[in-house]
Design a protein around this ligand. Structure first.
Ligand code: NAD
Length: 498
């Protein structure tokens, strides 16, 4: 039985500059609970006219300086207040995340919401540290005459486009970084998870964010595309699939917009024979089954050195077999449903094709639609060919591909042998080996004897086709800043060239 969600969190009207209203077309779309397959709310379906209105409001806010010219400590206080608002409503928001995305309630409550609040706290502080540099001037005969410095300025209107797998955290990373830079935001959340993003806009308004600084437009890909094309949008920050990244980068190139892309992954989790078996198995399970594998940095390829291989495969299959697949809001659930029918078809397709081609499953391999939701049980393939589809392509489901290897060199070659480069992990008790291998891995984040853990203080992003630019860290703020060089003539006599 599902618990009521607070009425204001079910308000699906779009948020323009802080105020709520229907889409100009009057259209709505259904928000579906992936645990039941049933709609539970109606959400405004934004269109091009709404994009026009939101960008106009944002552009005015930027031009008038209502945010960028606010004292930086006032901006810090407001961003900190957003964190407080999110924390105050942790349980209600966690329930909404579970209802809308299928993330288990415990993960939403103890990971998703606290990490989103932490992102606001971090960026509240990071925004106060934005600074330029004073530089020596060098020109024949005029070295002491000029003073030179750089200063950082907000980029202007930023279009933020986010996915559904972390429906509050992904918007929080981008919105908080953008606002810390003094820039203004129009957020287009994933069509599967609009209500959580709208709740973030409400929290920001309640925290005192000035009007016009943040708008949230629920809608599909065409709304994102309209935002990318809009001439007054200076910067696009997308988290999504690599395929979408290519389309967005090409469209943004037309307007020479600044772009950062956080895209897909096929991250290798490398287990050496000298690893602690229990720890490595725990890390592998968390790496691939957390949020049913719908995690960009999921450890979807598990590379295991041969002397440990059979014992490892057996232990993973045994422990994964005990995980509970169920409704997201059930406290016993380890793996909630996949987010949508489309995602269910995608995962089923990959697994079915791999089995047809002779793939060896040691666990799972099936979806289950009988309860209405999009449930898929933990699935483990062994002896996977590193060149096969399930070892090369992002499935975005609870599907582990276990691959054997012999030497360190072979592990690195297999690990780097995909188009992606988001994350990687190394399990070993040999410190030198851990450090040596970590140097060779083509990945934006490398964990040593750990998986999934992130901190807002450290940059996060990908190598290769996992994208460019970074979320989080001071780099996250930098993504929304321009650098201006200022050169001042200190001499009372003007320079006379002619
Ligand atoms: P998606 O690429 O389908 O959609 C992401 C967002 O882009 C959505 O809001 C969508 O409406 C929008 N979009 C789609 N086409 C667009 C277009 N042509 N123009 C503008 N906007 C467009 O991804 P998804 O299915 O929502 O999310 C899953 C993907 O996100 C996975 O590939 C996953 O790896 C990736 N992801 C990456 C990270 C990271 O930090 N690297 C984090 C989470 C998810």
């Amino acid at each position: 039985m599902s618990v009521e969600i607070a009425g204001d969190l079910l308000d699906g009207r779009l948020s323009i500059g802080g105020g709520r209203r229907a889409a100009l077309s009057g259209e709505v779309s259904a928000d579906v609970n992936p645990s039941t397959g049933e709609p539970f709310a109606e959400v405004a379906a934004s269109g091009p006219a709404d994009v026009e209105a939101a960008v106009a409001v944002a552009h005015r806010a930027h031009t008038e300086g209502v945010w960028r010219n606010l004292p930086v400590l006032e901006r810090q206080r407001i961003l900190g207040q957003v964190a407080t608002r999110l924390r105050e409503r942790t349980i209600e928001l966690a329930r909404l995340v579970a209802r809308e995305s299928g993330m288990p309630l415990s993960a939403a409550r103890f990971i998703e919401i606290p990490m989103a609040a932490d992102a606001f706290d971090f960026f509240a502080a990071a925004g106060t540290l934005v600074h330029g540099r004073t530089l020596p001037f060098s020109l024949q005969g005029a070295t002491t005459r000029y003073m030179t410095w750089t200063q950082k300025q907000p980029v202007g209107v930023a279009g933020l486009i986010t996915p559904w797998n972390f429906p509050l955290l992904m918007p929080a990373w981008k919105v908080a970084a953008c606002l810390a830079a003094g820039a203004v935001a129009v957020l287009k959340p994933a069509p599967e998870t609009p209500l959580v993003a709208l709740a973030l806009a409400d929290a920001a308004r309640e925290a005192g964010l000035p009007e016009g600084v943040l708008s949230v437009l629920p809608g599909g890909d065409t709304v994102g595309a309209a935002l990318v094309r809009h001439p007054q949008v200076a910067k696009i920050a997308l988290t999504g699939s690599t395929e979408t990244g290519r389309i967005v980068a090409a469209a943004a190139a037309e307007g020479l917009k600044r772009v950062s892309l956080e895209l897909g992954g096929k991250s290798p989790n490398i287990v050496f024979a000298d690893a602690n078996l229990d720890d490595a198995v725990s890390g592998a399970l968390f790496g691939i089954f957390f949020n049913s594998g719908q995690v960009c940095q999921a450890g979807s390829r598990i590379l295991v050195q041969r002397p440990l291989y059979d014992r490892f495969v057996e232990a993973v299959a045994e422990r994964a077999g005990d995980l509970v697949v169920g409704e997201a809001e059930d406290a016993m659930t380890d793996l909630g449903p996949l987010v949508s029918a489309a995602q269910f078809e995608r995962v089923s397709g990959y697994v079915g094709r791999a089995v047809d081609l002779g793939g060896r499953t040691v666990l799972g391999g099936r979806g289950e639609r009988s309860r209405g939701g999009y449930f898929f049980s933990p699935t483990v393939f062994r002896d996977v060919d590193p060149g096969s589809d399930i070892a090369q392509e992002e499935i975005f489901g609870p599907v582990a591909a276990i691959i054997p290897f012999d030497s360190d060199e072979e592990a690195v070659r297999i690990a780097n042998g995909t188009m992606y480069g988001l994350a990687a992990a190394v399990w070993t008790q040999d410190l030198r080996r851990a450090l040596r291998v970590s140097q060779e891995l083509e990945a934006g984040t490398v964990w040593l004897n750990a998986y999934q853990v992130l901190t807002p203080t450290a940059p996060f992003g990908g190598f290769k086709h996992s994208g460019y630019g970074r979320d989080l860290g001071v780099e996250g703020v930098d993504a929304f800043l321009e650098t201006k060089t200022v050169i001042a003539d200190l001499n009372d006599q003007p320079m006379q060239y002619f």
